[in-house]
Ligand binder design. Structure first.
Ligand code: NAD
Length: 394
């Protein structure tokens, strides 16, 4: 069977999509698989084509979720797709967007975060997409979670007084993986106020692989918005009692993805809770979904489709993503320099040049002050079914 055809000889563009938009996925790893699954859950798109450098992955995703595996970006464009998700990781994503454009693609793109490894490359990608008439969104799906949306509304309404600090957290991720989400949310709750400076701390004594990059095992970012709101993100080590997102005001606190003490350690608590001067203790707010619910992926696709059909910018448009990426890169720069990094950063700064070799291992019990931590249950770990597939991915 030639690439790009189905067993009955139809090209993907010829396959009936029931009035929905034909969609393709490029990069069929974990995130690409989650995009493919998500397409099956939207009523307005149908998966018709998949592509991966590793052809077996593209075939597996198509077999599971629909469509046909093709052999190149150009073949994927030729199938007539009008929506494309790119989940190859930040090193390849700019080139893939370029190839789509060069192949004459004129639809919409949902690109994975982080968009690129430098601000310059991310900007070039966003500008090239705009100039070619593409709608480019970045999959910051956390901004569509009802816990985050409600928290943002509560802050705007003054429920916790004046916002002082935004704290993001992931017990086992890396900064580069999680910062795009949490900094994106921080900008929103801080009213879009620009970031002035960023501090960064990285433990490079052990590395975590993320999308072809060897990143830190533990990292911390601290930043300040021009309106005085402080931001903080810690990734890579469990912090007892730390929720995924905590918003501290001068008259209360909001937590998204709280953790509670259980008989065998911490367990996932309410998706959203608030403690303010009006009440005694925490008040749980039922928003009807968990902090990392898979439905956030569906909303991300739906927002892109809606924006495309109505000729408007999607809420998670590329320019917003560049803003969050710059803060994240500034943190890696600051860690490297051992001093705060003021924005704007040199746009040519590439993350791949900022990751030094890890320091030599030190023998003895004090080599790693966290060694006694041992493996711990992650209260935010994936649930089962839908959540496990798309929800709990960063
Ligand atoms: N939005 C989210 O919540 C979320 C969740 C998970 C991952 N991600 C992001 O998705 C991206 C991918 O992560 P992953 O965990 O799926 O990685 P992965 O390594 O599992 O998958 C990447 C896939 O892309 C393919 N690929 C690489 N370069 C390619 C190219 N030039 N052309 C075609 N295919 C190519 C690889 O063969 C691989 O199959 C990362 O940037 C990651 O941060 C986002």
């Amino acid at each position: 069977m030639p690439a790009g055809t189905t067993p009955d000889g139809q090209s993907p563009a010829e396959q009936p999509t029931g009035g929905t938009l034909p969609a393709g996925v490029i990069g069929c790893g974990d995130a690409g698989g989650a995009h493919a699954l998500t397409v099956t859950r939207t009523s307005r798109a149908t998966l018709t084509a998949t592509y991966d450098l590793d052809g077996a992955r593209a075939v597996a995703v198509a077999a599971r979720h629909g469509g046909t595996a093709v052999g190149s970006v150009e073949e994927l464009v030729a199938t007539g797709v009008t929506l494309v998700a790119i989940a190859t990781g930040p090193i390849a994503q700019p080139q893939v967007v370029r190839r789509l454009i060069d192949a004459g693609y004129a639809g919409s793109v949902l690109c994975e975060k982080p968009l690129a490894t430098s601000v310059a490359s991310a900007r070039r990608t966003v500008d090239a997409a705009r100039d070619a008439g593409l709608v480019l969104a970045v999959n910051h799906e956390r901004r569509f979670g009802l816990p985050a949306v409600t928290a943002r509304r509560l802050v705007t309404e003054g429920a916790i007084g004046r916002l002082l600090r935004v704290e993001g957290y992931s017990p086992d991720g890396t900064l580069y993986d999680w910062a795009p989400h949490w900094i994106d949310l921080a900008f929103d709750v801080a009213g879009g106020s620009a970031v002035r400076w960023v501090h960064g701390l990285l433990d490079l004594t052990g590395r975590r692989e993320h999308a072809g990059l060897l990143l830190e095992r533990h990292g911390l970012l601290l930043w300040e918005h021009a309106n005085g709101v402080r931001g903080q993100l810690e990734c890579g080590r469990p912090v007892p009692g730390q929720p995924l997102l905590r918003l501290l005001g001068d008259d209360g606190t909001i937590e998204v993805g709280a953790v509670l003490a259980g008989p065998d350690g911490e367990v996932r608590g309410p998706a959203l809770r608030i403690r303010d001067s009006a009440g005694i203790g925490w008040r749980h707010i039922d928003v009807g979904e968990s902090a990392l619910a898979a439905v956030q992926w569906t909303r991300s696709w739906d927002e892109l489709i809606d924006a495309t059909l109505h000729g408007r910018q999607p809420e998670h448009h590329g320019q917003r993503a560049v803003r969050a990426l710059e803060v994240c890169l500034a943190g890696y720069l600051a860690a490297r320099r051992g001093a705060p990094q003021w924005l704007p950063v040199d746009p040519g700064t590439d993350l791949r040049d900022l990751l030094p070799a890890p320091p030599p291992a030190v023998a003895g019990p004090k080599a790693d002050p966290h060694a006694a931590d041992g493996p711990r249950a992650d209260p935010h770990a994936a649930g089962t079914g839908a959540d496990a597939t798309a929800g709990a991915l960063s």
